[in-house]
Design a protein around this ligand. Structure first.
Ligand code: NAP
Length: 263
C-alpha cells in the first residue's frame, strides 16, 4: 500500500490494550502496517504471542507487554516500558474489555466489579498514565472503544453499559480538559463483530441467534473488525486533527432501528 502523508503512522508510537485478539488485534495490525511502533497489551501471553506472529506474517512488527489494566501499578509499568523503548507515546487505544450476558438481578458484586474494573477503571488508569506523558509532550491522541448501549442501555449487560457510559463521559471530559495540551480524545462505537471473545460471552455464537440479530441491522450484516480498525486508524490520524470529544458510530444503523416499522 502507498502511504498517504496524513495516515502514515511511521513516526508514531501506539499502545493498544486488548491488542492480542479481536478488534484490538485488527487495530494493531492496521497501525503497524502503516508504520507505527505498536505495543499490544493484555493479560494472556498466548493472545499476545499469537497476535505478534500474525503481525510478523504481514511483514510488520510489534511489541507486547503483559498487563492487567485493572491494576494501576501494572499500567504504570506498561507506560514506563513504552517510554523507555520508544521514547514517547502518541496513541492510546483503550480497547480491552470484559463482558457477559446476565439479567441485572442475577449480577453479583464480583461480576460488576470485574467488568467495571476492566472497562471503566482500566480505561481511566491507561488514560491517566499515558495522558501525563502526552501532556509533557504536548501532543497525543486517545481512542476509547465503546458500544452504542453506552447511550441506549441494553438488557443483559448493565455492568458493561454502565462502564461504557462512564467511558463516554470520560472521553468528553478529557477532550475538554486536554485540548489545550494538543491531546485529542475520541470514542468509537462499533456494531456487532463476530469476534471469538464477544460472540461466546454474549451468546451470539449460534446461527439462529445471529439470524435474529441480522434482522435488526439495516445494513443486514455484521461489522468486520478490519473495517472498524480502519475507522480507528482514521480517528488516531492527522486526518482527524480537528475531531475531539466525539463518538463515531459504525453499527450498520442498528441502534436506530427500534421503531414500530422495524418489527
Ligand atoms: P475480545 O476479543 O474479547 O477482546 C477483549 C480483549 O481485552 C482481549 O484481548 C483481552 O485479552 C483483553 N482484556 C480483557 N481483560 C483485560 C484486562 N483485565 N487487562 C488487559 N486486557 C484485558 O473482544 P472484541 O470483540 O475484540 O472487543 C473489542 C472492543 O470492542 C471491546 O471494547 C468491546 O467492548 C468493543 N465492542 C465489541 C463488540 C462486538 O460485537 N464484538 C461490539 C461493540 C463494542 P486478555 O484475555 O489477554 O487479557
Amino acid at each position: 500500500m502507498t502511504h498517504n502523508s496524513k495516515q502514515d503512522f511511521s513516526k508514531q508510537v501506539a499502545i493498544i490494550t486488548g491488542g492480542g485478539t479481536g478488534l484490538g488485534k485488527a487495530i494493531a495490525i492496521e497501525l503497524a502496517r502503516r508504520g507505527a511502533s505498536v505495543v499490544i497489551a493484555s493479560r494472556k501471553p498466548e493472545n499476545l504471542n499469537s497476535a505478534l506472529t500474525e503481525i510478523v506474517k504481514q511483514n510488520s512488527s510489534a511489541t507486547s507487554f503483559q498487563v492487567d489494566v485493572r491494576k494501576p501499578d501494572q499500567v504504570k509499568a506498561l507506560v514506563e516500558f513504552t517510554k523507555s523503548k520508544f521514547g514517547k507515546i502518541d496513541i492510546l487505544v483503550n480497547n480491552a474489555a470484559g463482558n457477559f450476558l446476565i439479567p441485572s438481578e442475577k449480577l453479583s458484586p464480583n461480576g460488576w466489579d470485574s467488568v467495571v474494573g476492566i472497562v471503566l477503571n482500566g480505561t481511566w488508569y491507561c488514560s491517566s498514565f499515558c495522558g501525563q506523558e502526552m501532556i509533557k509532550q504536548k501532543s497525543g491522541t486517545i481512542l476509547n472503544i465503546i458500544a452504542t448501549y453506552a447511550w441506549t442501555g441494553a438488557p443483559g449487560v448493565v455492568h458493561s453499559a454502565s462502564a461504557k457510559a462512564g467511558v463516554l463521559a470520560m472521553t468528553r471530559t478529557l477532550a475538554a480538559e486536554w485540548g489545550k495540551y494538543n491531546i485529542r480524545v475520541n470514542a468509537l462505537a462499533p456494531g456487532i463483530m463476530i469476534t471469538e471473545g464477544a460472540s461466546k460471552n454474549l451468546l451470539f455464537d449460534t446461527e439462529d441467534v445471529q439470524e435474529k440479530i441480522l434482522k435488526k441491522i439495516p445494513l443486514n450484516r455484521f461489522a468486520d473488525v478490519n473495517e472498524i480498525a480502519k475507522l480507528a486508524a482514521f480517528l488516531c490520524s492527522e486526518d482527524a486533527s480537528y475531531i475531539t470529544g466525539d463518538t463515531m458510530t459504525a453499527d450498520g444503523g442498528r441502534w436506530l432501528s427500534n421503531g414500530i416499522l422495524s418489527l
